[in-house]
Design a protein around this ligand. Structure first.
Ligand code: CP
Length: 328
């Protein structure tokens, strides 16, 4: 029944529990079974920043558990545009809902909101700070992809993170999560100006991990299990034109993949990828590459978010009891 604000709240046992429940959600996400375990419950889905995956997959996850979703998108359609505080908004909306998911452009704002909320709040991304549900679905995806290759554990993982490591909150949360595992090699590839925050690099080193930093992609992705690409987070730059300096700097395509990566290297990206000409960090010519996991990764978001709701609302072991086969 508590808030999910930072990935730092999770230990290895918690993660195993989330993944075990997520695995059990497959028949529901695949529309083979229907459950009504959250019948009568309401999710307040509040997105004060653009989102496709996080907003819709949290909403679908709640619906798939039998609950209803009420949504606020953007400042302009909420009373925050009239000057209402996060405190008042939280007091009011937590009276209307059983759980709240919130995305907001300011770091720490979701925690501020949660402090005033009477129901559990989940962080759907707060500025450049954290995106904990994304880190969980990323790790869930890494584990599944490696299992598919016959590898059973995450210790010894080798992962490259590529792009905007300064403002990319998904890689911040993922690095913190990886600190729970052993002997991970993290290759950080970014422009010098967009390096991973030093505090997070230090956390990785404290965990005993090998951290390599580079501003060149090609030679640095040659010995990794996972190549995790990210978009330049133009919305975080004080001067958005500055983002143009970096956009398109790291562009993974099929010919670079074939030349530099190992045959089994899994390609990930939290999405959205920037599809504008000259900007796409993952070229469309990778779309038929079987190791391109980006859409499996997005699909896994539903499973992991169903698990987070079921665990937070205390119904994880009742999901199957109120379920039936689909009849459509
Ligand atoms: N990965 C992710 O957070 O995507 P959205 O911004 O579309 O939610």
């Amino acid at each position: 029944g508590s808030h999910i604000l930072s990935i730092g709240q999770f230990g290895r046992d918690d993660i195993e529990r989330v993944f075990e429940v997520a695995d059990r959600m497959v028949p529901y996400a695949h529309r083979q079974r229907v459950t009504k375990v959250l019948d009568g419950a309401i999710l307040g889905n509040m997105f004060f920043e653009p989102s496709t995956r996080t907003r819709v997959s949290f909403g679908c996850a709640f619906n798939l558990l039998g609950g209803d979703v009420r949504e606020t998108t953007g400042f302009e359609t909420s009373a925050i545009a009239k000057g209402e505080s996060l405190y008042d908004t939280a007091r009011v909306l937590s009276g209307y809902s059983d759980v709240i998911v919130m995305r907001h452009p300011v770091s720490g704002s979701v925690a501020e909101f949660a402090a005033a909320s009477r129901v559990p709040v989940m962080n759907g991304g707060d500025g450049a700070n954290e995106h904990p549900s994304q880190a969980l679905l990323d790790l869930y995806t890494i584990r599944k992809e490696l299992q598919h290759q016959g590898r059973s554990d995450l210790d010894g993982l080798r992962i490259a993170m590529i792009g905007d490591l300064k403002y990319g909150r998904t890689v911040h949360s993922l690095c913190k999560l990886l600190c729970l595992y052993n002997k991970v090699t993290v290759v950080l590839i970014s422009p010098t100006e967009l390096k991973m925050p030093e505090a997070i690099v230090e956390q990785l080193r404290q965990a005993g991990h090998t951290v390599l930093e580079s501003d060149v992609m090609e030679g640095s992705i040659s010995k990794v299990d996972i190549a995790y690409s990210t978009r330049i987070q133009e919305e975080r730059f004080a001067n958005p034109a500055e983002a143009d300096l970096y956009r398109g700097r790291y562009r993974l395509n099929q010919s670079i993949y074939t030349r530099y990566c190992e045959p089994n290297t899994v390609i990930m990206h939290p999405l959205p990828r920037d599809s504008r000409t000259e900007a796409n960090e993952l070229d469309n010519d990778l779309n038929d590459n079987p190791n391109l996991a980006i859409f499996r990764q997005a699909d896994n978001g539903v499973l992991v978010r169903m698990a987070l709701f079921a665990l937070t609302l205390g119904v994880a072991d009742q999901v199957d009891k109120v379920s039936r086969d689909v009849n459509w």
